[in-house]
Design a protein around this ligand. Structure first.
Ligand code: GLC
Length: 752
């Protein structure tokens, strides 16, 4: 008891003095245990701020220079580069620790679906659990699942010896052809912010650091190192930046990764506006900004703009934050010592705030069985039933003479390419596909849908055709009762893709549909695709990249063992002409030739653009069919002192258990926003037959406001608004009017 009282006394003492100086160990502190006395930052009663301050004071300048410079964690033989000994082989990054002070090394792993392995010849691929793609988790509209999935992959990261996980991809889907859409949370800032924020929270529950990335406007891969993203500030604040802001409030990522691209001129990793003004001043961010791998272009300009750590050296042209260049900048004063202190303070704050400092990582066994259940649950709820004419689905257990065609469905399920690729248990069942170098190879997970289907229908009732010869596939279809046709589009980092299914799959679908009218198309894509064959098939499922238990997840939804409860987090366009930029910018540029991408749509991303322009999508944001039916009603909206409260009632009017995703949209009765309406709330409701539940939402005031650049504030205009209860962005069930008073919310945290 005495010791505890002493601790409290000391912390009260520190509370009053922390801002000025850090008192030397006082005589009363002498009774503290020797560790705290020798290392007062070891006192866990103190706040992360206080501990970081105490530790910072004990560091030498040389040690402060160590912490802000990170190495790529894998060899690059063509550059003659080998990482420091202590790096985890095949990893993304490594920052040396300072044993004298108890600061652990930072071991960094990619990424958002699990523990990835970099492609190098020296390290055996780590076989780890892969969640379904980020866009699939977003399609669950279930933050609890996202958090659980994050907790699982964070646990595998810790058990693999990593204390930094480069997850939290949240760039809004402005460009449906972006090769990395599969890593992100869709097109809406509220949905993406809630879902990615939940995953980050789960990851960090393992006492490790998660990033959020790529800050900001990294919306396409073509020219990602050189393009200049141009967008008005209000438009950015109400879209991409709002997604980051919401996710950071929900998940409190200890690190932010700045993007490769330029943002209204400066590189994002040298953007005083993004890093100092928005992130650190307006949002009061206390963590640290790490660069993307190869995203650093200077020493003083980058550091003074708010970059705190250079990541993944060997990808940059120079060791900009290395001891020599950093030392010279400190010497000539172009980087003030206080800035170096702040860079370190932020990194130390992250290590303390997440518990990574107090809980050193250790290699540990992984319960792959338990983790398989988690990834499968996520995949199942992310699968979107796009079309189900004649209720062809769910399949009866008695369904016989089933043809399974294409998509390597006899081997496994597809995953996305690039730095986030996880190599699943059992290795890649389809080796040798796609580019053999980064972002390839194409990796499948050994979870074959064919096996999962055969388990239900009986092996003798299922036949497989690879789909490489449409005539042969059509012949099999002609002698089958039912066809389940898998159509894949691999996408990956550093590339953008057309929206057309590749490898003649459109022709395959058309040939098979001519031969059999009972065709279910199962898409495995990283985002929207065009479907010229849609009218020729009765049923379509979007399974995205469904992770290391994807085959089982697909079968469970096909057979109705679980309701189809995914809803689109992204608009599927009917044609490229409907997009703000029908022609992808930069495709006509030479390698490294700079170019602008002007986001004239501003905050009108996705469905907002389609609403504003009056375009009818192929499938709208929020769309997804269920195997049961739901009645939506009793919509109420009231303006209260804490904002706008909305409620509604959902009843399962069918005979099967199901999950509804009532969506609430709001828009001004007159115009004045970037688009007619915005998603203002949602909830995923599991309902038994006949069961009813309330959905209750208090709307974030920023979603009712427009951003006032001059006033650095969110302004809600007085007037009449419409509140909509909907099944999707184009399927509004009912609407009610509500009148809001004018109000203003400062964009600067802590200010009125
Ligand atoms: C990549 C990606 C980033 C990843 C990093 C480390 O180029 O842009 O998302 O975390 O490098 O692999």
């Amino acid at each position: 008891m005495q010791t505890r009282k002493m601790r409290l006394l000391l912390s009260c003492l520190l509370l009053t003095t922390a801002a000025m100086t850090v008192p030397a160990a006082t005589s009363s502190a002498a009774t503290m245990n020797s560790q705290t006395n020798a290392q007062p930052w070891g006192d866990r009663q103190l706040s992360p701020d206080q501990r970081a301050e105490l530790l910072l004071r004990a560091m030498t300048v040389e040690e402060k220079k160590l912490l802000v410079f990170g190495y790529f964690g894998s060899p690059m033989k063509d550059k003659g580069y080998f990482p420091p000994e202590e790096a985890r082989m095949g990893s993304a990054g490594y920052v040396p620790g300072i044993a004298r002070l108890g600061i652990p090394p930072q071991w960094l792993t990619d990424a958002g679906v699990g523990v990835a392995t970099q492609r190098d010849s020296l390290a055996p691929y780590r076989e780890r659990t892969s969640l379904p793609a980020g866009i699939a988790t977003a399609a669950t509209w279930n933050p609890a699942l996202a958090e659980k999935g994050g907790a699982m992959i964070g646990k595998e990261a810790r058990a693999s010896g990593f204390n930094v996980m480069l997850a939290g991809g949240i760039n809004l889907v402005r460009e449906p052809r972006n090769g990395r859409n599969f890593e992100y949370g869709g097109e809406d800032p509220l949905l993406a912010g809630i879902m990615v924020g939940a995953q980050i929270k789960g990851i960090q529950s393992n006492n490790i650091i998660s990033t959020i990335k790529h800050f900001a406007l990294n919306a396409q891969e073509t020219g990602r190192f050189v393009l200049n993203a141009k967008i008005d500030e209000a438009g950015a604040r109400m879209s991409d930046l709002l997604a980051f802001e919401i996710a950071m409030e929900k998940g409190e990522p200890a690190s932010v990764m700045c993007a490769y691209n330029r943002y209204n001129g400066p590189y994002a990793c040298e953007s005083d506006f993004l890093l100092n003004r928005v992130l650190k001043q307006d949002w009061g961010y206390k963590g640290y900004v790490m660069s993307d791998w190869g995203a650093v272009h200077s020493t003083a300009p980058a550091a003074n703009a708010g970059l705190d750590q250079q990541s993944g050296y060997i990808f940059d042209k120079k060791q900009f934050f290395g001891a020599e260049l950093l030392g010279a900048a400190l010497k000539d004063g172009s980087i003030p010592m206080e800035r170096l202190d702040d860079m370190n303070r932020r990194i130390l704050h992250a290590l303390f705030a997440t518990g990574a400092m107090d809980n050193p990582v250790e290699i540990a066994p992984i319960d792959m069985g338990a983790h398989a259940i988690i990834t499968q649950a996520d995949a199942e709820e992310g699968i979107v039933l796009l079309k189900n004419e004649g209720n062809l689905l769910p399949l009866a257990a008695s369904a016989k003479r089933i043809a399974v065609i294409g998509g390597y469905a006899d081997k496994g399920v597809l995953s996305g390419g690039g730095s986030s690729t996880v190599f699943g248990p059992g290795g890649n069942p389809v080796p040798g596909l796609g580019p053999q170098h980064f972002p390839g190879p194409v990796v499948f997970h050994a979870s074959a849908p064919l096996n999962a289907i055969a388990k239900r229908a009986g092996k003798d009732q299922v036949r497989f055709d690879p789909g490489t010869d449409p005539a042969a596939a059509a012949a099999l279809a002609a002698e089958s009762d039912l066809v389940i046709l898998f159509a894949n589009q691999w996408t990956g980092e550093a590339m953008d893709f057309s929206l057309t299914l590749p490898d003649g799959q459109e022709g395959l679908i058309q040939a098979v549909a001519k031969a059999n009218k009972n065709v279910v198309v199962v898409l495995q894509t990283g985002g929207p695709v065009l479907m010229p064959w849609l009218d020729q098939v009765p049923a379509v499922l979007e399974a995205w990249y469904p992770g290391t238990r994807g085959g089982e997840a697909i079968a469970r939804v096909l057979y109705g063992e679980i309701d189809a409860s995914g809803r689109l987090p992204v608009t599927f366009p009917q044609s490229l002409d409907q997009l703000p930029r029908p022609v992808l910018d930069g495709t006509d540029k030479k390698q490294d030739e700079p170019f602008d991408v002007t986001y004239q749509e501003g905050a009108a991303v996705g469905y907002k653009w389609f609403d504003r322009e009056g375009h009818k999508p192929l499938f709208p944001f929020g769309h997804g069919l269920s195997y049961t039916t739901f009645e939506y009603g009793d919509l109420k909206a009231s303006a209260t002192p804490d904002g706008l409260r909305i409620s509604a009632r959902v009843t399962n009017t069918g005979s099967r258990h199901g999950q509804a995703v009532p969506q609430l949209y709001v828009g001004p009765a007159a115009s004045g926003w970037e688009a007619p309406k915005r998603l203002a709330g949602f909830q995923k409701l599991a309902l038994a037959p006949g069961e009813s539940k309330q959905v209750e939402v208090t709307v974030d005031p920023r979603l009712l406001a427009t951003y006032d650049v001059a006033g650095r504030a969110w302004n809600i205009a007085a007037g009449d608004y419409q509140v909509h209860l909907a099944r999707s962005a184009t399927d509004i069930v009912s609407s009610v009017p509500v009148t809001l008073a004018a109000s203003r919310l400062s964009a600067v945290k802590g200010q009125q």
